[in-house]
Design a binder for this molecule. Structure first.
Ligand code: WT7
Length: 675
């Protein structure tokens, strides 16, 4: 890999953390001019679902374009009167006056239209067990779950916390909530009891849906104990709001049981009636909350509503993946704990009547060919995954995928972090067999749906670039002053016009919503990403420009991990950086100053601290490295200079340290690490 490949992960970390803008210029200058382009094959273009005219059509009248999609893709219980109400920015209302039921649109209407026998989900469990649900069967399960949740006192507007592995019950739960108008709040199964509890408290959830556990690399892995622990402790406000816990039996492990509160899924949902009539909910009715890391310690509850979210997720799923629902088999490898598992597993594929694969486990269980075995077995035609996975497969070697028949694959998607051109080319040639287009999709939990991506039947693709805003989406790159930069220049990624799937706010905190996204530039949404427009005007994403890290496509807050570290009695001070990592994009590296006795017990303490972060936030946040140092580099005003620590973490000679309160600190750190 050349040093300065465009948007390669090597350039991303240099894109500077907040307040360190000087360095960012260098990163932009480092970009090469990518010359390779891959236009769609004539056959692909001829059969494409979406053609080039859509851009002009959308540009002519964005709200009208989206209104047309809303009416084409969804069945409204009551038609809307107005496409967009932007009279009170940044609070948008889309498809005003309309009523729509997400679950009816995802399920019942397909059955009514004679598609009841089409497979909705091919489920592949980690131990090798399989299940398939037709649309008719899935509809019935969702109706039963809806009745069961209602019988447990869950009503429209109530919040339901979901802490489940990647099993069909996860999407059944989410769609059942949507059906009755309850607001789901999924907490990723890799998060800790503490993280679960704080999210339950913030959303004031009435019901928790969980499982005894799941499987990880052939072994049972528990979930229910974290729920028990979360609900047994004192929260910030004392007690909690949870009245019932529904438990899916998945791995058969013994679980503790709280009589009256806990209910087995099989008994409760199993006994419920399969008759349930879906009613339309207001287009702006809350659909879900999903917590994501921000630049401060407290995760933000990103709020999405119904009509606009469903419209944009369904449209992009169809257009960007060139979905032909009658023939395609779609597989998105994301967990339901992340936004991709909401938009492109739970909602869009079913709204579009697609057949999808769902896999519970890890890519190397029981062997490193498991994914490709699944692709071969189900004849997967559209695969949507993350660059970190692709880089892992590259490391394992092409002889593994080469053993399988992957000729069914015709569209390959990427999401979560910049995909470096080498990984892009490998994905295209080794996995896609050369012809399959790659669609690199940029978006965020906050945007709800894809925002920047090539259209596979239209765009001549460029390795490493997400390229163009989708039809009806107004993305730009601006400088410090908010002025649009010319082609060939870099700056900050912004969104200039409201879009249907945009977040409607941060749960319970409208001010934070305005401060975080709408205060940096006037009348523009600030995404927190650095970006560059190349000579053709194509957009290259350069990674976060704030204190947010991206580890394996998962968002982590430096501040949140620092808070977790200093909450341990052995730690006096901590600073966390995201260091470039060949496989995971970035890796968490922590620098800590230990207190008194702990300092003499370095190795043991470091292990304890890793576990402590795992317990406070979750295993995914555990630092890869914890370096014990005597001091932290700070400016004279006391701000930790993470940029210098990042240099150390990445094995570079830290640059200019003259602005430090004590310029010798970097030497002291280097010395202590050599010991
Ligand atoms: C952040 C959002 C979108 C679902 C998964 C992550 C980074 C996402 C790309 C891409 C470059 C990307 C950005 C963004 N990101 N997709 N195709 N190219 N960077 O959702 O956890 O909300 O994270 O992920 O930095 O801001 P998320």
């Amino acid at each position: 890999m050349s040093q300065d490949t465009p948007s390669s992960t090597a350039t991303v970390p240099a894109a500077a953390t907040a307040g360190e803008g000087a360095r960012q210029g260098d990163a932009f200058e480092n970009l090469l001019h990518e010359t390779r382009t891959f236009p769609p094959t004539p056959e692909f273009a001829a059969n494409a679902v979406v053609t080039a005219e859509v851009y002009a059509e959308a540009d002519a009248d964005r709200p009208a374009f989206w209104a047309k999609q809303a009416r084409e893709l969804l069945t409204w219980s009551k038609d809307f009167d107005q496409a967009l109400d932007w009279s009170n920015p940044p609070f948008a209302k889309w498809f005003v006056g309309g009523e729509v039921n997400a679950a009816y649109n995802a399920l019942d209407r397909h059955v009514e239209n004679g598609l009841g026998d089409r497979v909705a989900i091919y489920f592949e469990g980690e131990p090798g067990d399989t299940r398939a649900y037709t649309y008719a069967e899935l509809t019935e399960e969702v109706k039963k779950a809806a009745n069961a949740f209602e019988s447990l006192g869950v009503a429209k507007g109530d919040r339901v916390a979901v802490y489940l592995p990647m099993i069909p019950e996860a999407v059944i739960t989410l769609l059942a909530c949507a059906r009755i108008g309850a607001v789901h709040s999924v907490v990723f199964g890799g998060f800790s009891a503490d993280a679960l509890r704080s999210r339950i408290d913030d959303a004031e959830a009435k019901l928790v849906v969980t499982a005894d556990g799941t499987y990880r690399r052939g072994k049972p892995s528990a979930l229910k104990p974290a729920v028990d622990e979360a609900l047994s402790r004192e929260g910030d406000a004392g007690g909690h709001t949870v009245q019932n816990v529904v438990v899916v039996k998945r791995n058969g492990q013994d679980v503790d049981w709280t009589e009256g509160r806990d209910h087995w899924w099989d008994e409760t949902v199993g006994a419920a009636s399969a008759e349930h009539t879906a009613v339309g909910h207001d287009s702006e009715h809350p659909l879900f909350i999903l917590y994501t890391s921000g630049t401060t310690g407290k995760p933000k509850g990103i709020l999405h509503t119904t009509g606009g979210y469903l419209t944009q997720t369904a449209y992009t799923h169809k257009a960007v993946f060139d979905l032909h629902p009658e023939t395609d088999v779609y597989w998105c490898t994301a967990d339901v704990g992340w936004v991709t598992g909401h938009s492109y597993v739970t909602y869009a594929p079913f709204i579009n009547g697609a057949t999808q694969v769902m896999y519970e486990g890890t890519p190397d269980s029981p062997h490193q060919g498991r994914w490709w075995e699944i692709v071969e077995k189900y004849k997967v035609s559209i695969l949507y995954t993350a660059p970190t996975a692709i880089r892992t497969f590259m490391k394992w070697g092409r002889d593994i995928p080469d053993k399988y028949d992957l000729t069914s694959l015709r569209v390959l998607g990427s999401v979560g972090e910049p995909i470096n051109p080498e990984a892009w080319m490998w994905y295209k040639t080794v996995i896609g067999g050369g012809d399959a287009p790659i669609v690199d999709t940029w978006w965020q939990t906050e945007t709800g749906a894809q925002m920047i991506a090539p259209l596979p039947g239209v765009t001549a693709a460029k390795p490493g670039s997400a390229q163009v805003p989708l039809p009806g989406i107004a993305v730009d790159v601006v400088d410090e002053m908010g002025e649009s930069v010319p082609d060939g220049h870099g700056g900050f990624l912004v969104i200039r016009e409201p879009w249907p799937a945009m977040l409607r706010g941060i749960w319970g905190d409208p001010e934070r919503f305005k401060d975080t996204y709408w205060s940096r530039f006037e009348n523009m949404y600030f995404a927190g990403d650095g970006a560059k427009k190349d000579e053709d005007g194509d957009i290259w994403l350069l990674g976060r420009v704030d204190d947010v890290m991206n580890v394996s496509g998962h968002r982590l807050s430096t501040t949140e991990i620092e808070s977790a570290l200093v909450s341990h009695p052995a730690v006096a001070e901590a600073a966390v950086v995201g260091a470039t990592d060949e496989t995971t994009g970035q890796a968490v590296v922590a620098f800590v100053i230990l207190r008194g006795d702990a300092a003499n017990n370095g190795d043991e303490t470091v292990q304890e601290l890793r576990n402590h972060v795992g317990k406070e936030i979750g295993p995914i946040a555990k630092p890869k490295n914890i370096l014990v140092v005597p001091e932290l580099p700070k400016t004279r005003s006391g701000k930790i200079m993470r940029r210098l620590l990042k240099d150390v973490a990445e094995g570079r000679d830290p640059g200019d340290a003259t602005t430090l309160s004590d310029p010798t600190i970097m030497q002291q750190i280097a010395q202590s690490l050599r010991k």
